[in-house]
Design a protein around this ligand. Structure first.
Ligand code: G3D
Ligand code: MG
Length: 316
C-alpha cells in the first residue's frame, strides 16, 4: 500500500469513530498529504466547501506561524464550522481534526494520539506494515480512582455509613492497616453505563488522638474528605471545625472535594442539631451538606453518589 493510501485508511477509521467532520494530515510545508471527510459532510456540498476551506486555512497557518513546541503538541480552536483539533506528528506536520463543537475533546484526543503514533511510524520511520486498528471505545469502560477519607468523632456512624454504602457491592475489599490505624475499603461506583468511579475509602479505626499521630499518612493524596457528625450529639457537631482545621493542614482545600454529613436523623425525637444549623456550617466551610441515616439507609447512596459525581465533573 502506498503511504497516501495507508494514511487515508487510518483516517477513515478514525473519522468513523466519533462525530468528526473531517481529518487531514498536513505536512510541515503546509501540504495536505491525506484527508478524509465523514459521509455526512460528503453528502452536503455546502459542508464540503466549508470543511475543505477550513483545512486549507489551517494548512496555510501551519506553514506560516504555527510552531507547536512539543513533539506531541496539541491545540484546539473553536470555529463557526466546528472544533479544530491539531496534534503534532513528531516533526513532520500535524493531524488536523474537525469535529462537532459538542464533542468530548478528551475522548477524541485519547484516540488522536494513537493515530499520531501510527502516522509517525508511516511518515518518519517509513514503516508500512503497521496494523490499521484503533481501540474499540464502545466496549471500554472508563474508570477513575480516588482516595476518600471519612472523619468525625467516635460513634457518629462513620463505619456504619460505609457499610451501608458498600452493600450491594460491585467490588469490595477491606484491608486493615494497623500502623495507620485505618480500615481501607474500595468500592466501584457506577455513575453511568461506561463510567466507573473507584473509591478507595479510608476509615479511621481509632479516635482523634490516634489520628493526630498518623494524620499525615492517613490524609496524603486524598481527593475527597467526608466529615460526619451525629445530629443527636451537639459536641460532635462543634468538633467538625476541629477536624476540618486538622485536615486542611495536610491537603490543599481547593483541590479536594469535601462533604459534610449530619447522621442519625432517624432518631427524630433526639435530634439537637437542626438541618439549618448543618447547612449554615457547610456554607461557612464551603462544602455540600446532606443529612443521612446510616441505620435505615436514608440518603446514604445519594451522599456518596454526589461526591463521586463532584469528583468526576472536575476532569471533564
Ligand atoms: P464510628 O465509626 O463513627 O465510630 P459507628 O461509628 O459506625 O461505629 O456507629 C456507632 C453507633 O451508632 C453504632 O451503634 C451504630 O449502629 C450507630 N449508628 C450509626 N449510624 C446510625 C444512624 O444513622 N442511626 C442510628 N440510630 N444509629 C446509628 P452500636 O450500638 O452498634 O455501637
Ligand atoms: Mg468506626
Amino acid at each position: 500500500m502506498s503511504t497516501g493510501a495507508l494514511i487515508n485508511k487510518l483516517l477513515e477509521l478514525y473519522v468513523s469513530m466519533f462525530p468528526i467532520k473531517a481529518a487531514a494530515v498536513v505536512d510541515k510545508d503546509g501540504l495536505i498529504i491525506g484527508s478524509v471527510l465523514s459521509p455526512q459532510v460528503k453528502a452536503d456540498d455546502l459542508a464540503i466547501g466549508a470543511v475543505t476551506t477550513l483545512i486549507q486555512s489551517v494548512a496555510e497557518r501551519m506553514k506560516k506561524e504555527l510552531k507547536m513546541t512539543s513533539r506531541f503538541g496539541t491545540s484546539i480552536i473553536d470555529t463557526e464550522d466546528g472544533k479544530v483539533i491539531l496534534v503534532n506528528i513528531g516533526n513532520s506536520g500535524s493531524l488536523t481534526t474537525i469535529a462537532e463543537l459538542t464533542v468530548d475533546t478528551d475522548l477524541i484526543l485519547s484516540i488522536a494520539y494513537i493515530v499520531v503514533e501510527k502516522l509517525v511510524q508511516i511518515i518518519e520511520d517509513e514503516i508500512y506494515d503497521i496494523e490499521i486498528k484503533l481501540p474499540d471505545l464502545s466496549s471500554k469502560t472508563q474508570k477513575y480512582s480516588y482516595k476518600m477519607c471519612i472523619l468525625g468523632d467516635g460513634g457518629v456512624g462513620k463505619t456504619t455509613l460505609l457499610t451501608t454504602f458498600i452493600k450491594g457491592i460491585d467490588r469490595f475489599k477491606q484491608d486493615y492497616k494497623a500502623t495507620i490505624g485505618a480500615n481501607i475499603m474500595s468500592k466501584d461506583y457506577k455513575l453511568m453505563e461506561n463510567l466507573v468511579v473507584s473509591l478507595n475509602i479510608w476509615d479511621l479505626a481509632g479516635q482523634f488522638d490516634y489520628f493526630y499521630k498518623s494524620r499525615q499518612l492517613y490524609l496524603a493524596g486524598s481527593q475527597a474528605i467526608v466529615l460526619v457528625y451525629d445530629a443527636t450529639r451537639p459536641e460532635t457537631f462543634n468538633n467538625i471545625k476541629k477536624w476540618y482545621d486538622e485536615v486542611i493542614k495536610f491537603v490543599d482545600k481547593d483541590k479536594v472535594e469535601f462533604l459534610l454529613i449530619g447522621n442519625k436523623i432517624d432518631l427524630e425525637d433526639q435530634i439537637k442539631i437542626t438541618y439549618e444549623q448543618g447547612k449554615e456550617l457547610s456554607k461557612t466551610l464551603k462544602m455540600p451538606f446532606i443529612q443521612t441515616s446510616a441505620k435505615n439507609g436514608n440518603n446514604v447512596d445519594r451522599a456518596f453518589g454526589s461526591l463521586a459525581y463532584n469528583l468526576i465533573k472536575n476532569i471533564k
